[in-house]
Design a protein around this ligand. Structure first.
Ligand SMILES: O=C(O)C(=O)Cc1ccccc1
Length: 303
């Protein structure tokens, strides 16, 4: 039975995402950290890992980005996009709430609600939203900001539901596997890479220009420090399209030439189904025809 490690414990948002991404026969295994989920795949204990990668309020999930840039390569084969609103859970015996625990991304999304509704509470960071619920059960903190499903696993009092400072907040999750067969292109795909640009004037601009001149639309750009090299950064770039397409393959080949290091992190269908924008002259057919023409010129059969 295929096994999927997810960022747990039970009752996290990531578990909800894993349920969306898993096949009926897959076994879901909660692990304590994002790093442990990635290691479970690298060590062969699990076939895939489900982890959060970006949030529309807080931005990138750095543990996931750093975990993908280092150690053995993993490739995203699918993504899920979940709306994120929170429940606030307490023990039955809690009077005034003085401590509220949760994952930093959750706390960042309910800061105003806590100020308004729990003015005496101090916030405490936990490894995940569900880990905060466990800590409340144990009596370590008074309240936890959790995913709506958490109350099914941790019998706590529901103080509030549908809590969110920003309406329509969403988190994107990835299903990661060892490199292997890629999903088929659909016309509404996302490709992800991480690249270490050379440390010289204009290097990042040149790298982005390779994508821009081929009419490739970016969907995300994040910089993360390369640890142990103060001042050096790697760039995580997501863009529309699939590596199986000529225009995307041509761009990746250019990045490979220009960068110190490029790692392919996957091509897979977008959860929102948004189709790639194609500029005039930048469709796959345009690339194919242009390459055919060059081949014909080289063969002496065209000019
Ligand atoms: O802690 C969780 O439940 C997670 O899955 C990470 C997370 C935290 C806050 C918003 C979305 C995902």
């Amino acid at each position: 039975m295929p096994r999927i490690a997810y960022f747990g414990p039970q009752g996290t948002f990531t578990e909800q995402a894993a349920r969306v991404l898993a096949a009926a026969e897959d076994e879901l295994l909660p692990v304590e950290t994002i790093g442990a989920a990635l290691s479970a795949v690298r060590d062969g204990e699990c076939d895939a890992a489900c982890v959060p990668v970006e949030n529309s309020v807080e931005g990138p999930v750095s543990a996931t980005l750093d975990g993908l840039a280092e150690r053995a390569p993993l490739v995203a084969t699918a993504e899920a996009l979940l709306p994120v609103h929170f429940s606030v859970l307490t023990r039955e015996d809690v009077g005034t709430v003085r401590t509220v625990a949760s994952h930093p991304h959750a706390l960042a999304q309910v800061r105003e609600w806590i100020e308004r509704n729990l003015p005496e509470a101090r916030t405490v960071v936990s490894s995940s939203t569900a880990a905060a619920a466990v800590a409340v059960q144990r009596g370590e903190y008074d309240a936890a900001v959790t995913a709506p499903v958490a109350v099914e696993h941790y019998p706590l009092r529901v103080l509030a539901t549908e809590v969110a400072d920003v309406a329509d907040a969403r988190t994107r999750f990835l299903l990661l596997r060892p490199p292997g067969r890629l999903p088929e292109p659909t016309g509404a795909d996302r490709t992800s890479i991480v690249a270490a640009a050379a440390n010289r004037t204009g290097a990042l601009a040149e790298l982005l220009a390779e994508l821009a001149t081929r009419g490739i639309n970016l969907t995300r750009l994040d910089a993360r420090p390369i640890k142990g090299n103060f001042g050096l950064y790697r760039f995580f770039i997501d863009f529309e399209g699939h590596v199986a397409e000529t225009r995307i393959g041509d761009a990746l080949a250019a990045l490979r030439r220009r960068c110190n290091n490029v790692r392919f992190l996957g091509s897979h269908p977008r959860a929102d189904g948004v189709e790639a924008t194609i500029d005039p002259g930048a469709a796959n057919q345009d690339f194919d025809e242009a390459f055919d023409w060059v081949a014909a010129v080289r063969a002496g059969s065209s000019a």
